[in-house]
Design a protein around this ligand. Sequence first.
Ligand SMILES: Cc1cc2nc3c(=O)[nH]c(=O)nc-3n(C[C@H](O)[C@H](O)[C@H](O)COP(=O)(O)OP(=O)(O)OC[C@H]3O[C@@H](n4cnc5c(N)ncnc54)[C@H](O)[C@@H]3O)c2cc1C
Length: 456
Amino acid sequence: MGQAINQLEEKIQGSVITKSSKEYPEACKIYNAMIDKHPEFIVQCESIDDVVDSVNFARKNNLEVSIRSGGHNGAGLALVENGLVIDLSKMKQLQVDPNTKTALVEPGNTLADIDAATHIHGLALPSGIIGTTGIGGITLGGGLGYLSRKGGLTIDNLLECQVVLANGELVIANKDSHPDLFWALRGGGGNFGVVVSFKFNLIEIKNVYAGPMFWPIEMAEEAIKFYDAHTKNASNDLYGFFAFLTVPPAPPFPEHLWNQNVCGVVWNYTGPEENREEVFKPIRAFGPPILDFVGEIPMTALNTMFDGLYPPGLQWYWRAHYIKELTPEAIKVNIEYGSNIPTMHSTTHLYPIDGACHEVGNDETAWANREARWAQVIVGVDPDPNKADEVTHWCKSYFDALKPYAMGGAYVNFMMNEGQDRIKASYKNNYDRLVKVKTKYDPNNFFHINQNIQPK
Ligand SMILES: Cc1cc2nc3c(=O)[nH]c(=O)nc-3n(C[C@H](O)[C@H](O)[C@H](O)COP(=O)(O)OP(=O)(O)OC[C@H]3O[C@@H](n4cnc5c(N)ncnc54)[C@H](O)[C@@H]3O)c2cc1C
């Protein structure tokens, strides 16, 4: 193996990091510090050929393989114990074409990279809410964020992928070329190959009217009911995710609110400028809010607003549900756990997946939960490893208590290692079709460090 890995290193443009390399400890770090895995090799690819060579090398040497783009996956699926990591984080080419309103993006780009490049043209890609997230994993799992109600999921804006398959072949997947693969890539995660470039449609967005608004925890029941009713028939221009949280003890939050357990909504209004005040009049009249930071900001500022609060290297444990309806029972559970958040960073968010997301059918992409109104994520987070058990316990208990009122399954990008039944429940009627595509493109399950679709 030693000689073979040296040959790979000589051949590729990027570099191979082994357990004895001085870069190894840094190269093994991913976003979630709770994950401690020790790959044998980390191949930091710099070109498509590097990816092809890495896939062929791993296959010939019977090495387990993981794929890393931004390294944000909560379950640590970017890394593989004793195997080979195909690390794409150095593949950062990115071209925006303002004429066709499209972007060609390599998988090493983060959401912040893409936002910065698109924003100068008054364009944006609907995707996630934290700038350090990698475009690779978030796209292939679906992609939820502040523009979901306006522009759909990230996959609803995906036009084409270049993919390195398990046999080392490079293919283009779009609606005409390998349409079955293209269907599966839109929600089916990293099961089918290594995506080495994404072509996206962009939407016109520059500045938005957005920001957090909080209410006292004692008002949680009225606030969540108000939010539910108010957003149910709202135009796709109004987005807001509901949260239970602790006010961070730092500016710009007013000192009298520091460390208070509150509930709130982070809003994003993308409609006409002249309608802003009118749209927010009834929202501001409710409560009134104890904090109202809603105002005009660049889309890039909204998409990185919480990056400072959630830097890489914290302990994370999370679980998720799809929620169709906020029943009185579901509200009760949310208030019980949302009022007993264990640490300042721990929180729960209800991410809307209605609006434009509902305009795509459940079988048009692999993402099978279009009838849900929210993807709810429960995150136990703290910088201190000694708090890992406490945040995990809160998260699991909250998840279990909410389960009877959820739809079954979860958004795969918010899942830990929760077993095959949960994966099947998440893909519902699309699972069998995904198995067919997997069997065709990866019959030996070479790509299995993921929310795994098992071939027949
Ligand atoms: C702080 C934080 C905020 C988040 N916010 C959001 C959010 O707002 N919206 C949302 O939808 N999700 C969000 N997520 C979840 C996020 O979508 C997943 O964690 C996703 O896996 C991150 O992608 P990545 O490339 O950084 O992950 P990585 O850990 O690098 O990869 C995860 C997995 O994705 C697959 N994969 C990645 N790149 C490729 C590729 N190029 N080809 C093939 N397979 C690939 C592989 O199976 C890999 O194991 C968030 C996560 C965190 C930690």
